[in-house]
Design a protein around this ligand. Sequence first.
Ligand SMILES: C[C@H](O)[C@H](O)[C@@H](O)C(=O)CO
Ligand SMILES: [Mn+2]
Length: 429
Amino acid sequence: MTNKSNIQKAYELAVEQYESQGVYVQQALDRMRDVAISVHCWQGDDVVGFEGNDGALGNGLAVTGNYPGRARTSDELRSDLQFAYSLIPGNHRLNLHALYGEFHGAVDRDAIGVEHFQSWIDWGRAQNVDLDFNPSYFSHEKASDGFTLAHPDSGIRQFWIDHGIACRKIAAAMGQAQGDPCVNNFWVPDGFKDIPASRKDPRQRLAASLDEIFTEKLSAEHTLDAVECKLFGIGSESYVVGSHEFYMGYAISRNKVLCLDAGHFHPTEVVSDKISSVLMYVPELLLHVSRGVRWDSDHVVTYSDELQAIMQEIVRGDYLNRVHIGLDFFDASINRVAAWAIGTRNALKAILAALLEPTEKLQQLERDGDYTARLALMEEHKTMPMGAIWDHYCQTSGVPVGAQWLEKVREYETNVQSGRQSKLSAVDG
Ligand SMILES: C[C@H](O)[C@H](O)[C@@H](O)C(=O)CO
Ligand SMILES: [Mn+2]
């Protein structure tokens, strides 16, 4: 049975063990406390949002499962988020999509304004949660044929350009209110199911639309524009306009933040190997930490080799101040608050493990050409008592230790989420 003194004892032994390797745990924990993960709102309600439609998700996004308790209103979503944050050590951000505004009636995407997000801004200030933002280029009649900013119809393109412009203003207002830049991430689904006759034309239209959206210069103290690529989606298997090469070139030439989603590449291609390359040419990176499984790019993040490799790269490259870490997964087959807790805690554990590495020693061995010792120490590190440091970190941060958070989720499910079952609407796809 876990108790405080055992956690403390295990921690002290672990600290000694790390110190014998030249790793100072307190320094690692001090850096850890500054890491803010941008927790994505859309895990809480299966990417439905509050526009008042029936939640029919489109444009290659699909949520499967019908676990009870989906948040149906902004108050329910905020309650679930607050509860999720109470299970996660540290102080984190919230990543909001445009379709989560509070509209009180029909407001089309090109007409949204700061007023529709004022409650979120106020809530963020009250909770000390900084906000990030995303225009929503999906689940809309004007996106139903799979094209938005690259649409051949100039009227439809203009509608989505206006949406992008509106979202930048909202993001800037959020950043100004919180005194910290709001990262505003553009992902568009545009693509073809089958072989295009022109790969060029849609890409030219997408670049032109984005240029129009980004014409107004907004203060980098308030908002940063990010662009997110994708290899394929359901319904865009043959061609996605915003490919990796497209956005890599776009971000470099327009000085934008590049967003890499861990589920948006070929199965054997890893984001961890891209970080140090792209950061040579773009100022900052946004990560969508996710887990691809076959066709789905958005499974709940587990403590996988690739998750650890991503966080190692960020720490080894000393990029913590140039990489914005966001999450992107949605699973309706398990408790949605548990999904947030599992994925976010795993991302943080991987960061802590990376901060506890003897990075300088490993890099010196490499410079010396001692690859034997480099591999030996990397392997020894894998079984160092990181769990004892993590437990202590959770305890001193005032959040549940080990699997105790699951008991809290069970209580929340019984007391809060189970009462929502009557109006459940889950989307299968
Ligand atoms: C809802 C998100 O914006 C979306 O998941 C996007 O980031 C993406 O990754 C699409 O595959
Ligand atoms: Mn993503």
